[in-house]
Design a protein around this ligand. Structure first.
Ligand SMILES: Nc1ncnc2c1ncn2[C@@H]1O[C@H](COP(=O)(O)OP(=O)(O)OP(=O)(O)O)[C@@H](O)[C@H]1O
Ligand SMILES: [Mg+2]
Length: 325
């Protein structure tokens, strides 16, 4: 969690909340569709937070509501401890955001675009143009026309534009969209370095693997509703466990375990067994499996607890097995 700035301490109206983003009962409907449905969201300060869900889950709509680009139908929210929309301008002065694709004037250079954006902000913003370009690794292309930029460069220029306001909170809608693996890698490093400076980055994404690599904590959203949220490590600790057993006679091992608590779901292949165990299963289960097999004369070569990915966990909690997310 980042320390409060002098700015915040000296301003009694400024938020002292632990949360960079806080919503309660937030709801936004389009006709019969609740694109944001009674969302309770707590984004801790000073972390990379993923708002994660499939297409149409309501990620962009939530971000638009937070930024005051569209009205909520119900609920309350605050950014950096400042209630919005009541104190929208004050809150947004410390927030940088990219919603959808960043839009720039293609016939102007990256630097000229930033100059236009800086002119619309507070005085200090102009003085941050060079450092922002430097920060996102775009100094060497700053004087080229934006129309010549790749998607990754536009995204980076988008982040540079956010940095003009020296934001404590960055809200990025699908920052990895359209990037190749190298571009994603750069974006990930950039997000992590912004967090290392004490800023909070909230990003939306449908790319589970990428979010797992980048974020400390996530909210999983499906059909407008947040169905789980918290640090990724804690969420995955509650996920089902999978243990792979390398052994001498896999079929016999399956028979031995079939009548025990471990027999519910076992897959057998040439190298051994994959045993799927319910969430909450402790490490003792692995030792017990070993004991049962060895007592039956089966040679156990290897016992391995497989890491559950965010993707397989997501499929478990949403019961959307087989669906593409
Ligand atoms: N302006 C609008 N008018 C009517 N329906 C809308 C509008 N904007 C969004 N929706 C609907 O709200 C739901 C959520 O849309 P939203 O764009 O927020 O999802 P998303 O999670 O950002 O999806 P994606 O991953 O495709 O960007 C969808 O059912 C969408 O059709
Ligand atoms: Mg979207």
């Amino acid at each position: 969690m980042s320390a409060l700035t002098t700015d915040e301490r000296s301003n009694p109206n400024s938020g002292d909340s632990r949360w960079a983003v806080e919503t309660h009962g937030l709801t936004k409907r389009f006709g019969d569709t609740a694109a944001v449905n009674d969302v309770e969201l707590l984004v801790p300060r000073g972390c990379a937070f993923g708002y994660l869900g499939p297409n149409g889950a309501g990620k962009t709509t939530l971000i638009r509501v937070l930024l005051g680009l569209t009205h909520a139908d119900a609920g309350t929210m605050s950014l950096l401890g400042v209630p919005v929309p009541r104190h929208r301008d004050r809150a947004l002065s410390r927030v940088g955001a990219i919603v959808d694709e960043p839009r720039f004037h293609g016939h102007l250079s990256g630097r000229q675009n930033l100059e236009i954006l800086a002119a619309a902000r507070e005085r200090a913003a102009r003085g941050r143009i060079d450092s922002s370009l430097e920060r996102v690794g775009m100094m060497h292309r700053a004087d080229d026309r934006v129309s010549k930029y790749s998607m990754g460069m536009r995204q980076r220029l988008g982040v540079a534009a956010c940095l003009l306001g020296d934001p404590q909170l960055l809200i990025l809608d699908e920052p990895m969209n359209g990037l190749d693996p190298a571009g994603m890698h750069e974006m990930r490093d950039m997000i992590l370095s912004l967090v290392a400076e004490g800023r909070t980055v909230m990003l939306s994404s449908h790319l589970l693997d990428e979010v797992q690599r980048t974020c400390d904590a996530v909210a999983i959203v499906d059909r407008g509703k947040v169905i789980r949220q918290g640090p990724i490590s804690e969420l995955l600790a509650g996920a089902a466990m999978e243990v792979h057993v390398g052994c001498s006679s896999p079929e016999r091992a399956r028979t031995v375990l079939a009548t025990t608590a471990f027999g519910e779901k076992i897959d057998v292949d040439a190298s051994g067994l994959s045993i799927h165990l319910p969430s909450g299963t402790g490490k003792d289960a692995i030792a017990e499996i070993n004991r049962l097999l060895v007592e039956d004369g089966i040679a156990v070569y290897r016992l391995e607890e497989l890491q559950v990915s965010l993707e397989s966990w997501f499929l478990q909690v949403t019961s959307r097995l087989g669906e593409k997310v």
